[in-house]
Structure formats: structure tokens, C-alpha cells
Design a protein around this ligand. Structure first.
Ligand SMILES: O=P(O)(O)OC[C@@H](O)[C@@H](O)c1c[nH]c2ccccc12
Length: 264
């Protein structure tokens, strides 16, 4: 494998491969609802907003512990009302307390596109995501080898599901572009160590500007100023979870972060 990750991320991917082998292909029981355009949602200019926000729902995370919200549908509705351009739903159970059922419920409750956030290891999981109605899937370049990544990007295209291909370093972002990624996320969190530094996306995105259509700055964003800085670096959108999920009303917290002149 040319994307070695000897750590937490490698452990999660090893678990995912075991889980997939144990359960075999899942048969899609739900007809696919008409897709919502995730790429367009990330790039549409919304007057008065500093940047487009993909707002995330999850019950817990390895770095953040438990979040105080069990009704993810209510949280997602609040995000949409506050102006989120899309919703990210963690579907991994073991580390994030999520499920495909959460994805289905959130998608039925909002009208913006929905991203399936998981550690996908095989093209068949993209077909499954499409059949369930995901408008987009996350692919993690740092953990997939070149051939696999290219195959999964191609499968997403064939299924008409958007692929947000995430990388933590410039090198892995270059691999994402090589694999055909059109939507590139720069994750401020190093999934190997779980440490987050928002300077990562601010540094890497300008190096790649003009090479992909769309960039997303991911993880660790907490303030209005962070949004403005991400936009100035060339990000079309940010992906935000924890700082919203810590608040009693995540939708209101998002509205505050988006409001002009609002210092965090
Ligand atoms: O909760 P945060 O720090 O705002 O980050 C959201 C999102 O970027 C993060 O959950 C994430 C980014 N890439 C991932 C890959 C797997 C699981 C989770 C993630």
C-alpha cells in the first residue's frame, strides 16, 4: 500500500475491511430518491454568508467524546434553517455512534444534499450509499491506495454520487487529484494522531488552487474568523461538527458563526 498509516486510521480501516467481509454485500432495499447536487451546493454563492458550510451530525467521536444530542434529525433541521449548504452524517457505529438509518432519517428531514461520512473501503459501499440516497460520499486518500482510490472515484461518478476526497497533506491531495477527484477536502485533523491544526488547510489549499474545482477545509473550525480565513485561502466550503455539537442548540450556534462581524 502506498498510503501507509500506522495508527488509529489504519486500525479503523482494518476494522472496516473485517466488517465488510463479515456482512457481505448489502442489498439495497430502498429505491433511490432523486439526487441533490452536492458539488453545486458547495460552490453556490450565498449572499451575506462568509462561506458555505457542510454541518455535521455525530453522537460521539474518538477525539471529542460524547456530544449532548441524540436527536440528530432535529440537529440537522436546525443546521438547514441556519443556512448550512449540506449535512454530513457519520454512519460509522463503533467510533461515532452512527448508522445508515441516521443517514436515511436525516435525508428525509432536510432538503439540502447529504454526505455519507464513513471509512469506505470498497466500491460496493458506494453503490450501497447511492441506493440508500446519499448525495455524496467521503473518501479518505491517506488510507486508500492509488488504484483503489481511482476505482472508488469512478464508481461514485458512475452512480452519480459526489465524491469528496479528503487528504491531510499536500502529497495525499495530489494523489486525490491524480485519482480524478473533483471535490477535495483538506482535513485539519491528522487521523493518525487525532491532532488538529487549522493552519493545515490554510497552507495546503493555496498550493493546489486551480487544480481542482472545489476545496473544502475540514475539522477544528470554531469561529467566524476561521470561516473567513478558510475562504481567503481558497476554500469554497468548510466542514464543521464538534464546535456546533458542543452547543445546546447547534443550529443557533451555526447561525451565530455565520453572522457577519460575529467574533466567535
Ligand atoms: O468535528 P470537527 O472538528 O468540526 O470536524 C468535522 C469533520 O471534518 C471530521 O468529523 C472529519 C473529517 N474527516 C473525517 C473522516 C472520518 C471521520 C471524521 C472526519
Amino acid at each position: 500500500m502506498n498510503a501507509p498509516a500506522t495508527d488509529k486510521l489504519a486500525a479503523i480501516f482494518a476494522r472496516k475491511r473485517r466488517e465488510l467481509a463479515a456482512r457481505g454485500p448489502r442489498v439495497a432495499e430502498h429505491p433511490r430518491p432523486p439526487g441533490r447536487d452536492f458539488a453545486a451546493a458547495l460552490t453556490r454563492h450565498r449572499p451575506g454568508l462568509p462561506i458555505n458550510v457542510i454541518a455535521e451530525v455525530k453522537r460521539r467521536s474518538p477525539s471529542g467524546g460524547d456530544f449532548p444530542h441524540s436527536d440528530l434529525v432535529a440537529v440537522a433541521r436546525g443546521y438547514e434553517a441556519a443556512g448550512a449548504c449540506a449535512i454530513s452524517v457519520l454512519t460509522d457505529d463503533v467510533d461515532f455512534g452512527g448508522s445508515l438509518e441516521d443517514l436515511l432519517q436525516v435525508r428525509a428531514a432536510v432538503s439540502v444534499p447529504v454526505l455519507r461520512k464513513d471509512f469506505l473501503v470498497a466500491p460496493q459501499e458506494i453503490e450501497e450509499s447511492a441506493a440508500l440516497g446519499a448525495d455524496a460520499v467521503l473518501l479518505i486518500a491517506d488510507a486508500l491506495e492509488d488504484g483503489q482510490l481511482a476505482e472508488m472515484v469512478a464508481t461514485a461518478k458512475a452512480c452519480r454520487v459526489a465524491a469528496l476526497v479528503e487528504a491531510h497533506t499536500q502529497e495525499h491531495a495530489e494523489r486525490a487529484l491524480q485519482a480524478g477527484a473533483e471535490l477535495v477536502g483538506i482535513n485539519n485533523r491528522d487521523l493518525a494522531t487525532l491532532r488538529t491544526d487549522i493552519a493545515t488547510a490554510l497552507r495546503v489549499i493555496p498550493l493546489l488552487r486551480g487544480r481542482a474545482q472545489t476545496f473544502v477545509a475540514e475539522s477544528g473550525l470554531k469561529t467566524h474568523e476561521d470561516f473567513v480565513a478558510a475562504r481567503s485561502a481558497g476554500a469554497d466550503a468548510v466542514l464543521v461538527g464538534e464546535s456546533l455539537l458542543r452547543a445546546p442548540h447547534p443550529g443557533q450556534a451555526l447561525a451565530r458563526l455565520l453572522a457577519p462581524g460575529n467574533a466567535s
